[in-house]
Design a protein around this ligand. Structure first.
Ligand code: C5P
Length: 221
């Protein structure tokens, strides 16, 4: 366990956080959701009421204090002491986060923090650049993906369960657009690390994916 890092990367809505959380629970590891950190910076930027600019995003990323507090099945998120667990999941934040995450100063600040949080090992970290940039020496790297249709379907079901009305076509377009921005940015774009294991979960359920991930971890331990 000590020193072991499980890195899970992949496109939006692939189920990374669900799987990472379950795997971490089974392994007795800590779980770090790096997407929540970029969302937190985005939330803070929106709070200022100022329009987006790379300078402002970079400044806020250097000042922000993000903390996680795992509680049962949920991973509570705090920014400078204020709980933002739900506030960082709004459509407004989701629509802007890829722009914020493309700012080099934002990435430097977040990656620094992620390396410090994971320094001891015994962690599962999910994101877009964990296996390529944050922990290139991670013992186990998984690139988790699914077709865009399937990812939209899963996200839609989640939203419907919360009582929201879902436009599946729009959902699919939003996911595809975010993937495009994340894959085409200059700094640390979303891509599979050469030594990552590619796992297409389109035809798998949560339990099957979790078991597969745990099996892959075991092989590397
Ligand atoms: O994982 P999640 O969908 O919450 O991530 C939100 C956004 O944060 C992504 O679309 C991406 O722009 C950014 N992100 C990133 N690098 C990471 C994790 C997330 O750029 N390691």
């Amino acid at each position: 366990k000590k020193g072991f890092v499980l890195a899970i990367d992949g496109p939006a809505g692939a189920g990374k956080s669900t799987i990472a959380k379950l795997a971490a629970g089974k392994l007795g590891f800590a779980y770090i959701d790096t997407g929540a950190m970029y969302r937190a910076v985005t939330w803070k930027l929106l709070q200022t009421g100022e329009p987006f600019s790379p300078e402002l995003a970079g400044k806020l990323a250097n000042e922000i204090r993000i903390t996680f507090r795992p509680e049962n099945a949920i991973n509570r998120v705090f920014v400078d002491g204020t709980e933002v667990t739900d506030a960082i999941r709004t459509a407004e934040v989701t629509g802007l986060v890829s722009k914020v995450a493309a700012v080099p100063e934002v990435r430097t600040a977040m990656v620094d923090q992620q390396r410090r949080m994971g320094a001891e090992g015994g962690i599962v970290m999910d994101g877009r650049d964990i296996g390529t940039v944050v922990f290139p020496d991670a013992q186990c790297k998984i690139f988790l993906t699914a077709t865009v249709e399937e990812r939209a379907r899963r996200r839609g079901l989640e939203l419907e369960a919360k009582g929201e009305k879902v436009d599946y076509k729009k959902l699919q377009e939003d996911i595809a657009f975010r993937d495009k921005q994340d894959s085409e940015r200059e700094v640390s774009p979303l891509r599979q690390a050469e030594d990552a294991i590619y796992l297409d979960t389109s035809a798998m359920n949560i339990e099957q994916v979790t078991d597969k991930v745990l099996e892959l971890v075991k092989e590397k331990q």
